[in-house]
Structure formats: structure tokens, C-alpha cells
Design a protein. Sequence first.
Length: 141
Amino acid sequence: MPIKEALEKAMEAELDLVKIAPNAKPPVCKIVDYGKYKYEQARREKDARKKQRIIEVKEIRLSPNIDTNDLNTKANAARKFLSKGDRVKVTLRFRGREMAHMSASKHILDDFAESLADVAVVEKPAKVEGRTMTIQLAEKK
């Protein structure tokens, strides 16, 4: 219908003529209360933001000479992070003379991933980056 006719109908109803889809051919308009329309739109956006889940990456740092009990404590912390839906980045940091035995310490990360095999899957395998070796775990689906 022509714009003038639509505006007259909106005036009669004491409401506003609002373009719902301005890019459509022809543009789509509705006769609604503009304040209520804006409120509903803001509320829909707020609900959509509320339902979004931002996945964080939590980091757990280990050292090459870590004891089994300490490793279990760190594994429990990682288990808690994974249960909340976060990803876990396990970092094995080398200092000084430990750098000479990097390849021998890879088993620590493998054991860590194996201890969490019931709740986690290896997303990124062990990788050496400078003085650190990292592995990334994600929640098993």
C-alpha cells in the first residue's frame, strides 16, 4: 500500500508506522507502538546474550620434576574446569638445566591427559614453544 495511506491508518490508530525490514523489496512496515517495539527488541537481545556461553581457556602450569600427588591435585583442578565447560591448557615450564631433558619430560603431559581421559579429549597435542611445552584439553562430548 502507498506510504500516505499507511501513515493515515497509523494516525487513526494513534500508533507509529515502523519499518521492520527496510532492505526487502518492497520494504515491510508495521503499525505498532514504537516504544513497546524497541523494548521488546532490547529484551530479545538481552535474552540471547544471557543464553550465550563464552568458553574460556584455563591454564594449569606444571614443572618437569612434579610429584605424583601434586600432579593429581592439578588434575582435579583441571577436571573442575572441564566440568564447567572451559578448555584447559596444560603448560610444562622448563628452567635452566631442565631444558636439556625436554623430550624426556613429554610423558608428564601424556600422563596428565591420560588421567583425564574419562572427561577430556586432547584438542591440541603436545607442542614445544620456547621454554614451554603445551597441550590443550577440551571437554568430552
